[in-house]
Design a protein around this ligand. Structure first.
Ligand code: MG
Length: 265
């Protein structure tokens, strides 16, 4: 049975503060050496995820911006499928979310209407993004290149604003650090389900694993066969509402290591 691993990045595969993968790299190498795909499923953008994919030499598909689109390296799956998709650069893309232009336009309207004070990536210079997030300048620029979502980095939306976003088909998702506005029909779970079906189409029976650290991983954890939560820096596991996941001892990437070893058994 083909094993497939879906993983969140911030606070899970990567250290929540330093964004380092130094503590999970051995486990990643272990999975790669046995041909187990490691699928990133994160709020991070295509460009951010490409950086980590290249650093770790991971060639598997990946899910960007909280389930807004699936990027599949061209030719990765040999069998055809019936999902709507388009080709861009080295990838076949299955889009599920709303465009970032549409999201930014709506957020700007609400900010004006409710006199809110919040800042998103598109309101800030790379230097400011770097100061707020702790990302270096290059990483900040990668985070600012968005296709399907916008993140509130400073300030907050209001209850009235949430209501209106909902009416317009948008939703705000809390992440490990910031909330992100995406199309409301989008979630990590749908994207994961589609990829599981593509793997099943290709390989037959699949055993799927999910690793996360926060509430916004719940949709992903709900649809995999074996869901895991790593510890938050406080030592706690994120409370989930709709599903139960196995809590492993180990904060972020240290917990990730443990899960990878369990998967290998
Ligand atoms: Mg996370």
């Amino acid at each position: 049975m083909k094993k497939v691993v879906f993983t969140d990045l911030d606070g899970t595969l990567l250290d929540l503060k330093t964004y380092s993968f130094i503590q999970s790299i051995n486990a990643i190498e272990l999975l790669k050496s046995t041909g187990i795909p490691v699928i990133f499923c994160s709020s991070k953008t295509r460009y951010e995820q490409e950086f980590y994919r290249e650093s770790l030499e991971i060639r598997d598909p990946f899910i960007v911006e909280n389930g807004s689109a699936i990027f599949i390296p061209r030719g990765y799956f040999k069998k055809s499928h019936s999902f709507n998709s388009y080709m861009i650069d080295r990838y076949e893309v299955i889009p599920l979310g709303k465009s970032v232009d549409r999201i930014r336009r709506t957020l700007a309207e609400k900010r004006e209407k409710y006199k809110l004070k919040f800042s998103c990536y598109s309101d800030l210079e790379p230097e400011e993004v770097s100061t707020i997030t702790g990302l270096d300048l290059k990483s900040s620029r990668r985070a600012m290149t968005r296709d399907f979502s916008e993140t509130i980095l400073r300030g907050h939306l209001s209850d009235a604003c949430y209501q209106e976003l909902k009416k317009e088909g948008l939703i705000s998702i809390p992440g490990s650090k910031y909330e992100t506005v995406i199309g409301s029909s989008t979630d990590k779970g749908k994207a994961v389900e589609i990829l599981i079906s593509l793997y099943a189409n290709e390989f037959g029976r699949i055993q799927s694993y999910g690793i996360g650290d926060s509430k916004n991983d719940e949709a992903m954890l709900e649809v995999v066969d074996e869901p895991f939560l790593v510890q938050r820096p406080s030592g706690e596991w994120a409370p989930l509402e709709k599903t139960s996941a196995r809590g492993v001892i180990g904060v972020g990437p240290l917990g990730w290591n443990k899960v990878a070893k369990m998967i290998m058994k």
